[in-house]
Design a protein around this ligand. Structure first.
Ligand code: NAP
Length: 302
């Protein structure tokens, strides 16, 4: 589908793209670059990328697709470094979890004649690094493409076909709408999980023993989310500030309402609320975005 693909950043998402590209035979040669020599050595050892390069310039040289797979806060610097080395007609995309900030940071560095179509696969795990990826990560997951003004229609169509080849379903979205949607579905939930685990950690009295030992309840799922990469998530919140704060404001109001219902013994309120939320879970399962296996299908799924 592309003769030469360059992956910049070699963590969970890049390595999953690489293995899925190999599975689908979507690229001729794949080059890769990571910031640290440690990550580059690991990539070479496990066969991640056909050629691991020691500079961004070398990795993007002659590439017709460049995928930026670094934390959102690093996108601008990386784009600045690679800009002068891009071939006319090349396509630049990214996988960042925030879109408006990435567009603002990357677009000014791209020379005339280079296509830029930002993207965001809605798939991930709490693991990071070059050894955490796997070919099936994007299967039946959504990838949102966020074409910027004046994006070439054929270039967008080719990128769409590429993501479908990786196993994903593709939809196009406006960047601000994207940032609001993911604030609800991903960013605020992560912050809430971080907070809940932080609260438990503050209660040292229980944390040292019972919280870990008896963590089969909802807490265990919070700890999985709260184990996500600190750099990635710091950058997400710093770069999707407005939408996240908007959703957290609403969350706080709802939390106060539930708190009041508990204090007043308003069982009807609680029951009606939980009935509504249960229906959302059913909707997610019906949409094929999760399993209804007991315990979230642990053991059956990575
Ligand atoms: P990751 O596993 O932590 O890998 C990040 C990679 O970026 C590493 O190779 C790292 O290099 C490199 N990097 C970090 N800071 C850099 C810098 N300042 N300059 C150059 N390279 C740098 O991360 P990931 O989970 O693959 O996430 C990558 C992107 O995908 C992020 O933008 C994230 O928002 C987005 N995303 C993540 C998920 C998820 O669930 N994880 C889902 C969807 C989208 P070193 O190893 O050498 O430090």
């Amino acid at each position: 589908m592309y003769d030469r693909v360059a992956l910049i950043g070699l963590g969970l998402i890049a390595s999953s793209i690489f293995w899925a590209m190999k599975r689908g035979a979507l690229a001729g040669e794949v080059t890769g670059y990571a910031r640290s020599s440690e990550t580059r050595d690991t990539a070479r050892r496990i066969g991640l990328c056909d050629r691991v390069c020691d500079s961004i310039a070398e990795a993007v040289d002659g590439a017709d697709l460049i995928v930026l797979c670094v934390p959102v806060g690093a996108m601008g610097d990386v784009a600045g470094e690679m800009g002068p080395h891009l071939a006319p007609g090349a396509m630049v995309t990214d996988v960042g979890s925030v879109k408006r900030a990435v567009i603002d940071a990357v677009a000014p560095h791209l020379p005339e004649g280079v296509h830029f179509v930002p993207g965001h696969p809605l798939a991930g795990t709490e693991h990071s690094g070059p050894e955490s990826g796997f070919a099936e990560l994007f299967d039946n997951r959504w990838c949102l493409l966020v074409p910027v003004e004046g994006s070439d229609v054929d270039a967008v169509a080719q990128l769409r076909a590429f993501w479908e080849g990786l196993g994903a379903n593709v939809e196009e979205m406006d960047p601000d709408h994207h940032d609001l949607v993911v604030a609800v579905t991903s960013h605020a939930p992560h912050l809430i999980a971080y907070t809940m685990v932080g609260v438990a950690d503050d209660l040292r009295r229980v944390t040292d023993s019972e919280v870990i030992k008896f963590s089969a309840g909802g807490f265990r799922d919070f700890t999985r989310i709260a184990a996500s990469d600190p750099t990635m998530w710091r950058d997400v919140f710093l770069n999707n500030k407005d939408a996240t704060l908007e959703i957290l404001g609403r969350f706080t109001e709802e939390l106060f309402a539930l708190q009041r219902a508990i204090r007043r013994g308003d069982g009807d309120h609680l029951h009606a609320y939980f009935t509504r939320t249960r229906a959302i879970r059913r909707g997610i399962i019906e949409a094929g975005q999760d399993t209804d296996a007991p315990d979230f299908g642990r053991g059956a799924k990575r």
